[in-house]
Ligand binder design. Structure first.
Ligand SMILES: [Zn+2]
Length: 313
């Protein structure tokens, strides 16, 4: 019966090919909105400040994409943050934590989950701290905490405002007490900015949770904004709370919309209005005139010039 097997071997791949789905466009041409499930051209999303063109919900973006939209002409300087241990406890579970860090560094071209950059918004100097939620959950350990303290010090040194974009699961479990110690250090760094009377803006990017919410997101003298009403800002997740109190939580629990009503969030600012609103607020706080002509057109923002350089910490 070998002849039957031989024929079957030859025919099988041809039949499989016949039924294979033919792709009409490259895989990265379309994107599915996690909020409304619409399938949209990625270019349309990009041209809409990386927001869904159907429901306008902001999509998850990387720190460098955010900086390109934030700073004048998309120009900014990426700052090298202090070197600390990325694995102080030599943590290991299903895999060595140091190996996970190495993989994430290679994948995102970042040393850790935080990226710090300096530049101008309508000619006003700004230092920005942004967490990449895709980099091991954007969790904050020694490196990300040190980067936040560094961003505060850099803002003081250059007399700049600080704008932070937290998107994180909270403090890094794998760093234990070392990660937790970054919470008070971050608060102290913010207090130094307060003493210098420099503006601090926190733009919550869904989700923001754990120790980051419990420390600098609700820190002293910060303006807490959110990108959309559905932005999640929380300490513990809803499932943990429901199990603890044995009650069902309302659907808008921990959303920026509800937190705004309760006075925990100052404003909800859509992504396309960030530059305008930030520069207005900073200029009011610093009693500075801003040149309205410096406001970039949409087209300029969509085709930013990206300069990346590094400074030593
Ligand atoms: Zn949508």
């Amino acid at each position: 019966m070998n002849w039957i097997k031989n024929i079957s071997k030859k025919i099988k791949p041809k039949i499989s090919n016949l039924f294979k789905k033919k792709s009409l466009a490259p895989d990265d041409f379309w994107a599915s909105c996690p909020s409304c499930s619409s399938v949209i051209d990625r270019n349309d999303i990009k041209n809409n400040y990386y927001c869904c063109t159907k429901c306008n919900e902001p999509q998850q973006i990387f720190p460098r994409q955010r900086f390109e939209m934030l700073f004048d002409n998309g120009e900014y300087t990426e700052l090298k943050t202090p070197k600390t241990s990325s694995d102080p406890l030599k943590w290991s579970d299903t895999k060595k934590y140091s190996d996970k860090v190495k993989e994430a560094r290679k994948k995102f071209d970042q040393d850790n989950a935080a990226v710090v950059a300096s530049g101008n918004i309508n000619s006003l100097p700004v230092v920005s701290y942004c967490l990449n939620q895709k980099f091991l959950g954007g969790s904050v350990g020694l490196e990300e905490g040190a980067a936040f303290v560094f961003a505060c010090k850099e803002a003081i040194r250059t007399r700049s405002s600080l704008i932070a974009f937290p998107s994180t699961g909270g403090q890094k479990m794998q760093h234990s007490i070392f990660g937790l110690m970054m919470m008070p250090q971050s608060i102290i760094a913010l207090q130094e900015l307060e003493k210098e009377k420099l503006p601090v803006i926190i733009m919550a990017v869904s989700p923001v949770s754990g120790g980051v919410t419990a420390s600098w997101v609700y820190g002293p003298s910060v303006f807490l904004f959110a990108e959309s009403e559905s932005t999640k800002i929380m300490f513990a997740g809803p499932r943990v709370i429901e199990k603890t109190i044995s009650e069902q939580l309302p659907p808008d629990f921990q959303t920026a919309g509800l937190l705004l009503k309760k006075g925990f969030v100052d404003r909800i600012i859509p992504r396309k209005k960030h530059r305008e609103e930030f520069s207005n607020l900073i200029s009011i706080l610093l009693h500075k005139q801003i040149n309205k002509e410096d406001n970039l057109s949409d087209a300029q923002q969509q085709n930013p010039v990206h300069t990346k350089s590094t400074l030593s910490a």
